[in-house]
Design a protein around this ligand. Structure first.
Ligand code: ADP
Ligand code: MG
Length: 340
């Protein structure tokens, strides 16, 4: 009836690797890497997201590329804010800024970092900013009933951080956040080739190797791949053949640290909730959940059922989106704001 202004309310998963935006009534409208290319002298932003990603490793000295949220919090405030502002602007229609924003943040974030996220959203035009802890958003996105008096364990393995939490009665009962996740796995692969084969490989190559042949348990059929890089001694491009066994070996340290963090949190979980987790098992999400055999590895080490979330890379934004669409039902799961 009559003319109604389009609502541009959004939910944002500001991930260390990927930013996703959910628009009220529409669903996911943006899914791009959290990367910014800028002029190193003026700090003027040249490209963000996919466009900046395509420039990685191919820039000249005036252009710098960074991932402003590398370890899960806002590392380079100014650049992060510029990125967030242009992503929000890109999905907003009619130049109407997003009024209400629900944004997920790592559960271990400090007050100062929360303030930075809030300010960034407000500077991007938001009038009402709600923060939600990532594992809570993930759990809601996966479809867990976070309000019931039953414990659910969620492990979200992103780029910069792994967030593990036990959720019950709309709150996080215990949690662990470690700075070991997908990036550390990628770095482990690069160092493996440098140390064992004297070959330098690019970050994108290492990530591609991780996603295609990386694993956490022996595979039914081990795979071989050709890896190209620069010989550290001769300086000439070279190709070597590596197997999934080598790559698993390279990944063993970060994978072990993630498994250990899960075991530590299980030890810290109150017994009534442990018994719920015994029945329901552990849910894994985030891009790292896609590492081959990670679910099996966790199953073997915990003796618990382990399930990979459907579409693990979008769980957080789907959860934050659900909260945005039903804000009154979910007000109890939001992080209480401390205004000063
Ligand atoms: P964030 O929430 O920190 O932005 P994401 O949940 O988007 O992170 O996950 C990104 C991470 O998941 C990256 O490190 C990426 O390399 C990793 N990843 C994506 N797909 C796979 C795969 N198939 N196997 C292993 N790791 C993967
Ligand atoms: Mg994430």
């Amino acid at each position: 009836m009559g003319l109604r202004l389009l609502s541009n309310d959004v939910a944002i998963d500001l991930g260390t690797a990927n930013t996703l935006i959910w628009m009220k009534g529409k669903g996911i409208v943006l899914n791009e890497p959290s990367i910014v290319a800028f002029d190193s002298s003026t700090k003027h932003i040249l490209a963000i997201g996919n466009e900046a990603q395509a420039m990685v490793g191919k820039t000249h000295k005036e252009i710098k590329i960074i991932r402003p949220l590398r370890d899960g919090a806002i590392d380079d405030f100014e650049i992060a804010e510029g990125m967030l502002r242009s992503f929000i602007r890109r999905v907003s229609s009619n130049w109407q800024p997003a009024r209400k924003v629900v944004v997920s943040v790592p559960s271990g974030i400090t007050e100062v970092e929360k303030r930075a996220v809030r300010d960034s959203c407000e500077n991007a035009g938001a009038k009402e900013v709600h923060l939600i802890a990532e594992p809570m958003a993930s759990a809601i996105g996966i479809g867990m009933n976070v309000h019931e008096a039953v414990g659910n364990m969620i492990v979200d393995i992103g780029g910069g951080t792994t967030e593990i939490a036990v959720i019950a009665l709309s709150g996080i009962v215990v949690d662990e956040s470690i700075r070991i996740a997908g990036d550390e796995m990628t770095i482990a692969i690069s160092s493996y080739f440098r140390k064992n084969h004297n070959i330098l490989i690019g970050e994108r190559t290492a990530e591609m190797i991780k996603c295609s042949v990386g694993s956490a348990v022996p595979l039914d059929e081990e795979i071989e791949i050709e890896v190209k890089g620069r010989d550290l001694v001769s300086g000439i491009p070279r190709m070597i053949v590596a197997s999934s066994i080598d790559i698993r070996d390279a990944l063993s340290e970060p994978v072990k640290q993630i498994v250990d963090a899960v075991l530590t949190l299980l030890e810290r979980t109150p017994p009534e909730l442990s018994s719920d987790i015994f029945d329901r098992g552990i849910m894994i999400a985030g891009g790292g959940a896609l590492l081959k055999g990670l679910d099996e590895r966790l199953r073997r080490e915990t003796n618990l059922p382990v399930h990979i979330a459907d579409d693990p890379l979008t769980a957080v934004v789907r959860g934050a989106g659900k909260v945005l669409e039903n804000i009154s039902e979910y007000s109890s799961v939001l992080i209480k704001s401390t205004r000063y």
